[in-house]
Structure formats: C-alpha cells, structure tokens
Ligand binder design. Sequence first.
Ligand code: ADP
Ligand code: MG
Length: 462
Amino acid sequence: MQEHWQSALSDMRTRLSAENFETWLAPIAWGGCEGHKLRLRIPNKFYADWIRTHYLELLLGLVRDKSGHSDIDVSWEVDERLAEELIKTEANARESAPPPSLSSPPPAAARSRENQVAPVPANLNPRYRFESFVVGPSNQLAHAASAAAASSPGARYNPLFIYGGVGLGKTHLVNAIGHRVLEARPNSRILYVSAERFTNEFIAALQNHKMDEFRNLYRTQCDVLLMDDIQFLAGRDQTMEEFFHTFNALYHSDKQIVVSSDVYPQQMKEMEERLISRFQWGMVADIQAPELDTRVAIVKKKAEQEGIDLPDEVAHFLAETVQSNVRELEGTLLRLAVKAELLKQPIEISFAREALRGTHPPRESLTTVEDIQRAVCEYFNIRMSDLKSHRRHRSVAQPRMIAMYMCRQRLNTSYTELGDRFGGKDHTTVMSAVRKIEGRILSRDAEILASVQAIEHRLGRN
Ligand code: ADP
Ligand code: MG
C-alpha cells in the first residue's frame, strides 16, 4: 500500500505547483495502514483540514486507482517531531538562502481547529456556507441566485448554472446551497458530486454491472443534485449521455439541479448541444474575479475564521498583491500565518512583505516598458505614436528621453531592445538619451526630477 501512496504522491507532484506540493503534501509522513485505511502523519492539525478540502479527493482517487480498492480511506495522526523537523529546515533555509522566500515554505505549528470539524452530511464541505461567503459586485448575481435556489429548490432557478474562473467560489456556493437546503429540510437527500467523480462512479457501475444502483441513486434517491465542474464531461460521450438522462429524470420530478463550470455553457467545446440548451432553461449566473474591496473583505473573513490576528494594513497588502483568485489569496494568507507562527513573529506589514517577496514580487518589478511609456504619455499628455516617432521637438523629445531613462533604471532593459520598443531607434541614440537624463538628474534639474517622481508615483499606484 505504501508504494501506491508514494506513487500517488509523485503524480500529485506533477499536478500541483511546486510551492503547493512542498507546503502541503511533502510534509506528510507515512504511518502505516490498517486494512484499507492509510495512517498519515502530519505536523499539525491544520494540515488535515487543508488537505481534506483541497487535495484529498484527488489523492484518494489516485490511490484507489493504483491499488484497485475503492474503499481506501485515511486517518490523521499529528506528529510533533515533523513540526520540529520543519522548523529546522526553515532555519537552515533562512541561513543559507537570504532573503527568505516562500518558494519552499515551511509550515509547522498552527492552530487547532477541532471546533470546526463537524459531521459532514451529504458529502458537503462543512466550511463552505453562505455565512462564510463574502458578497461583492463580482459574485452578487451568483450568490443571489444560489440563495434563491436554496430557499425554494426545484422551483424557479432550476437548473442553476454557475460559471466562473478557477478559484472564484463556485464550489463554495454549490456547497452552501446544500447546507441551506438541509437546514430548512433536514431530510432532503442532497448529492454533491464532482463531474469527475460522477464519471468514475459511472464507469465503475458499468464494469461491475451495477447500473441499476447507480441510476437509482442519482435519479430517484436524490432531491438536490449539486454537480461541480461539469466541463469535465466534455468529450466523454457516454457519461454525458448518462448525465443527460439523469438531468431529465430529476428535472421532470421538480428536483433542484445545480451545475458549476469554469466556462459559459455555450463555450463548452465537445459538450452536447441538447445538454447545453438544458443548462439554459433555468438561470445562468457568473462569478467574476473580485475587486479590491471584496478581496480585502475575504482576507479578513478568512483570518477571522482561522483565528489569525491580521492587521488591516496587512489585509490590504495581501489583497493588493494577490489578485489572481480567491484560492490563491487564501493560500497565501494561510502560509503567512503558518510561517509567522513558526518563527514566532507577529504578522506585521514588514514581515508580510518579506515573506511574499519570493512568490509575489513587488508590483514595481512587474512594470513593463509599455507601462512606463503609457505613464509618460499620460503625464506629458502626448500620444504614444509621438513617443515612438522621430520627431525632435522638445515637447516629445524630452518625454521620450525620460521614458528611456526610466525603462533602463527600473527594468534594466538593453539599449538595443529599448531602441526597438521606441519605434526603431539605434541603440546609441537610446544610450545618449539615458546619459543625458542621468546627467540632469545628477545636477538636480528640478523640472526633470519632478517629472520622474510624478511618473514613478503614477506607476506605483497601478
Ligand atoms: P472554484 O470552485 O470556483 O474553483 P472555490 O469555491 O473552491 O473556487 O473557492 C476557492 C477558495 O476561495 C475557497 O476556499 C473558498 O472558500 C474561497 N472563496 C471564494 N470566493 C469566496 C468569497 N466570496 N467569500 C469567501 N471565500 C471565498
Ligand atoms: Mg471548484
């Protein structure tokens, strides 16, 4: 069994970013197994929770496939020696590789969250509830539609189709619907299933001649079907066909169907037309990437939930720095908390900046030649075509020289490349422009200094 586990871990290594793998999966130690229950040792309780919500389904699926046993399960065992090892690794990493970065982060001691582990009905994630979902302009529609579907299942918003990019809260909302329905109607039969799992169960049922059971479960033993990541069905014709009939059976008995996808129905390639059209019978709601204020609110909420003491300033810093998606934002916060606890330091702004430097370089270094050109044009109120032209009038020549100088200063772009980016100029032209501005800055030319500062400021704000 240990080999299957190790082999599943190696597969995971290729699926996850190195950082996530090192943070969450690498610290797990094998603790033996009893029957088909794997005993996994972890540095603290924090891991069990995070792994359970993020990676466990995938991991267990792999071990099940490899071992051929469908009933593989795990138990967790906190082993403080693992935490100590991690602390040592971190200390070494800090000594040998300044400045510290999170590229091989060192989680360890973290808080106990026993109080949050409640029995999970219907396979729902206990943490994904409406109460823990932050509503903002980016997800307002999806949230409202989900709440409405949950309060009168099978009625107006049926089916409900939620779509949005990765890590923006689809799974969270889908689970929240399940919890809300159960609160009002504790006897409801809720089935939460990812399309991937639906597919696997379907194939297994086919192979083991258990289609009757499978159909009975999905078509008759179910009041609310929550199907996550439906895009997984695309191109899997047989499973799609099965789902189509499942859908019809449920729909015609007024059972609520909720489907999530990372693409808009009509953009799902290799998805059957008739399914796509059914998805549009009810309500289609999208989730967009959250804007800054919502991100700040989300970080604060997560910190509160996890019992992390997070100053406002740091919440803002995180929300500004991590813009890609909420999962990433949440992961960054947790890593920061784990690191702070490990190093016994409060989460202050300087600590956060330092900790994030490796994975999220300061915005400044993300500036591009184009950003600088644009900022210069805006500041001097000239056109980009003028900036890149050969005109020598002072009103455009001076901004051009300043832009070249700033690109060289901030980005260290080669003179040749700068020549190309400024409308095909010779590298010696660029070089002399940069020198000229440098000279004027050295002689404290007030006009040039003020312009450069104002443009810097403009870039800093982006
Ligand atoms: P998706 O299924 O769209 O890929 P998830 O639902 O898994 O995304 O969300 C990723 C993480 O971000 C989850 O931990 C979830 O709780 C959190 N999250 C996303 N949106 C919100 C929100 N609006 N409020 C609170 N947490 C959120
Ligand atoms: Mg999801």
